[in-house]
Design a protein around this ligand. Structure first.
Ligand code: PBG
Length: 329
């Protein structure tokens, strides 16, 4: 008698067995829902390339946030679309900054919801870049690192003062996590965590977002500050630096095309890892599903599971609300 025949299918026979041996699971607790807020009242404008997502005025944003909270999603991340833009993005930290108004109202109406803010200048600058522009060594207009750090610090502080539960710098300037940590601590916001977009790649998958946030760069691209897609070791260096500078959560972005980076980050570092399933990842599935070419729910859940399996604890996803409902059924 030899060994018994290997039968891998024994534990796949029915749903109960499959549930028992599932190595990974998804929960609404894993999700963070991105929301877009703009000045005004009664505004809920669907984003064409991202069906089911809206630019909302604060009153409508509250309704969205309550619905998100009701299905068990613990957190939202806010992006502001201001009325006016200028070269240094001053409406990001002005007294009437739209994200600050949104935070104050959300913390009043949904006190248990974790309100995270995206800290970046690109939604607020008239040139659409993530910071202040100055000529670089080649004489080309480029985002100036240290001038931008000052702007980001002002923005993060404005968010913290308005009551943000967490700030998330997405600009990819060198040293920004350290500067934000120092600024927050100096103003007694030492309890506000930083979720750093640590390994953020210059990606074509951001296309629909630039539509949503009305923030496409007016010249050039973001390749002098966001990471080059071929680079894996550099991603680990970026993450290690952000941890040294005081990041509490590290993020990889985009998610699906960078699962190897998520896996390696999760093997190398003990901090909670977040992954951003970006607008293009969402729009691809949505548009194929609208044609009847792919099943939205099953494809979305499979992608989310893959991101979780790769090692992310948190997933920023435009499916947060829908996926929470699907998982409850
Ligand atoms: C701001 C920012 C971007 C995204 C999140 N924060 C755009 C960009 O870097 O161009 C993209 C999110 C998405 O595509 O869903 N810097």
């Amino acid at each position: 008698m030899g060994f018994p025949e290997v039968r891998m299918r024994r534990l796949r026979r029915n749903p109960a067995l499959r549930r028992m041996v599932a190595e990974t699971s998804l929960s609404p607790n894993d999700f963070i829902m991105p929301l877009f807020v703009r000045p005004g009242t009664g505004i809920k404008k669907e984003i064409k390339s991202m069906p089911g997502n809206y630019q909302c005025s604060v009153d409508q944003l509250v309704e969205e946030a309550k619905a998100i909270e009701a299905v068990g999603v613990p957190a939202v991340i806010l992006f502001g679309i201001p009325d006016t833009k200028d070269p240094i993005g001053s409406s990001a930290f002005a007294d009437d900054a739209i994200v600050c108004r949104a935070i104050e109202t959300l913390k009043k109406e949904c006190p248990a919801l974790c309100v995270i803010t995206d800290v970046c200048m690109c939604e607020y600058t008239d040139h659409g870049h993530c910071g202040a522009i100055r000529p670089n060594l080649d004489g080309a207009p480029d985002v100036h690192n240290d001038a931008t750090l000052e702007l980001l610090a002002k923005e993060a502080l404005a968010h913290a003062r308005a009551g943000a539960d967490m700030v998330a710098p997405s600009d990819m300037m060198d040293g920004r996590v350290g500067v934000l940590r120092q600024t927050l601590d100096d103003h007694h916001f030492e309890e506000v965590p930083i979720m750093a977009y640590s390994a953020k790649f210059a990606s074509a998958f951001y296309g629909p977002f630039r539509d949503a946030a009305e923030s496409p760069p007016q010249f050039g691209d973001r390749r002098t500050y966001q990471m080059d897609p071929p680079n894996r070791k550099e991603a680990m260096r970026e993450i290690a630096l952000d941890i040294e500078e005081g990041a509490d959560i590290i993020m990889v972005k985009p998610a699906l095309a960078y699962l190897d980076i998520i896996r390696e980050a999760s093997d190398c570092f003990d901090l909670p890892i977040a992954a951003y399933q970006v607008s293009g990842e969402f729009a691809m599935v949505k548009s194929a599903a609208a044609q009847g070419w792919i099943d939205e729910k099953n494809t979305a859940l499979e992608c989310l599971m893959a991101i979780k399996r790769a090692g992310a604890k948190l997933i920023l996803t435009y499916w947060a609300k829908d996926a929470a409902v699907w998982l409850a059924r």
